[in-house]
Design a protein around this ligand. Structure first.
Ligand code: GSH
Length: 240
């Protein structure tokens, strides 16, 4: 199958699940179009024609003719939801990108790292940013993830950027934003304190990994810190 590849995501850019997919598409140098809409207004076309299963973003549609209406895809084109599944699809669609290595052991390591981020960072990071708990659990999760970072390479699994790194990117960027701006639904000062704690020597390996990801072109293109600071101020309110 060939044809247009369309990513459906939100106008505000606040969806971390969509962020993973967008960053992977950039890393793959994929020829894709981005269709942004206000997911919280629940447009009817999206829930009926793109993602009737959950109505959530991200979703991708593959195989439409060039220039087709993204809000009216044909029932015959390929539709896919769930960010982790989409990441594997992108890696399969662009095998030369190295987003999923060729050998079975490295592939397993990539999947293991993705699973570890989902299990140990995702929940605690969301809880912390939403002000539903402190950051102790998150720091413990970061230590677990740090333990599965590769020793030799630049990235999560060795020397090449993979979908494991794409999975970690939305959390790294959002935790950096929370610690730099103190924005989040937590008590004032907690974001900055979290950032300071993360500077402790015990998290050094993770901190270096974070810095490498933050420097990456695909990260900067998909998460503009200044723009996202504005978005977060509108979500969480200005910090005095
Ligand atoms: N497990 C899904 C989660 C997707 C998800 O929760 N998306 C949120 C945005 S971050 C959404 O679409 N929320 C709108 C809604 O629930 O109506 C994935 O990994 O893609």
């Amino acid at each position: 199958m060939t044809g247009q590849l369309t990513l459906y995501h939100d106008t505000r850019g606040s969806s971390l699940y969509s962020h993973k997919v967008e960053v992977a598409l950039l890393e793959a140098k994929a020829n894709f179009r981005s269709h942004k809409f206000d997911v919280y207004s629940r447009p009817e076309w999206y829930a009926t024609k793109v993602n009737p299963i959950t109505g959530k973003i991200p979703a991708i549609v593959y195989g439409e003719p060039e220039g087709s209406d993204p809000e009216n895809p044909s029932p015959d084109s390929f539709k896919l939801i769930e960010s982790q599944v989409i990441l594997e699809f992108v890696a399969d669609l662009y095998p030369d990108s190295g987003l999923l290595p060729a050998d079975p052991m490295s592939r397993a390591k990539v999947r293991f790292f993705m699973d570890t981020v989902s299990r140990y960072i995702e929940g605690p990071a969301i809880v912390f940013i939403r002000g539903q708990g402190n950051y102790e659990e998150l720091l413990r999760g970061i230590e677990v993830v740090q333990g599965s970072l590769s020793d030799s390479g630049e990235f999560a699994v060795g020397e090449r950027y993979t979908i494991a790194d794409a999975t970690a990117t939305p959390f790294i960027t959002r935790l950096e934003l929370a610690s730099k701006t103190d924005l989040g639904r937590f008590a004032p000062g907690m974001g900055v304190r979290f950032g300071q704690e993360l500077k402790a020597p015990r998290y050094e390996k993770f901190r270096k990994y974070m810095d490498r990801i933050l420097e990456r072109e695909s990260t900067k293109k998909t998460f503009d810190m200044e723009f996202m600071e504005g978005v977060w101020k509108s979500i969480f309110g200005e910090r005095k």
